[in-house]
Design a protein around this ligand. Structure first.
Ligand code: SF4
Ligand code: SF4
Length: 151
């Protein structure tokens, strides 16, 4: 299950919540919630309370007509993609897949799943995949602006 949904386990093999106080029934991946003994051994009253919490979080998500994604998500310069799948291996959220195009297979990013952590960028051998608002040019410009004495 953990591999299928790409969610974290703790060192004892139980599911790991995103944050013990701030997001106690959430996983790091959006739209997946936890409760009960899969979290850790607990009494039934605590399990029921946690189940209410998970159900509430789920209803909150399902009651929306649309989901707003962050603007800081990855995109692919398709002409530079060689379909090596290195970015797919790096992504912990299953946000990238190879799709068939008239020019062969190319990586594509699902912006609703992308968390903008940039891991895929570090693995891409051609620089085809990039994080919007954090391109190399933008980062270098920020460094130059912060360290004018080094120009
Ligand atoms: S930035 Fe992170 S979450 Fe988004 S596609 Fe790349 S590895 Fe996946
Ligand atoms: S790592 Fe780069 S070249 Fe390889 S599939 Fe991903 S975007 Fe394409």
């Amino acid at each position: 299950m953990a591999r299928l949904f790409k969610v974290a386990l703790n060192t004892d093999g139980f599911f790991q919540e995103a944050h013990v106080k701030l997001r106690p029934v959430d996983f790091g991946a959006d739209g997946i919630f936890l409760c009960g003994l899969a979290h850790y051994p607990k009494h039934i009253t605590e399990t029921i309370s946690q189940a209410y919490g998970a159900a509430g979080r789920t209803v909150n998500l399902l009651s929306r007509n649309s989901v707003t994604a962050s603007g800081a998500v990855c995109d692919v310069t398709r002409s530079n993609c060689v379909a090596c799948a290195a970015c797919i291996t790096a992504c912990n959220y299953g946000a990238i897949e190879l799709v068939d195009t008239p020019f062969g297979k190319e990586a594509t990013v699902n912006p609703a799943l992308c968390k903008g952590d940039g891991l895929c960028n570090t693995k891409c051998p051609t620089g085809a995949i990039y994080l919007k608002h954090y391109t190399n040019e933008e980062i270098w410009s920020q460094i130059d602006a912060a360290t004018p004495e080094l120009d």
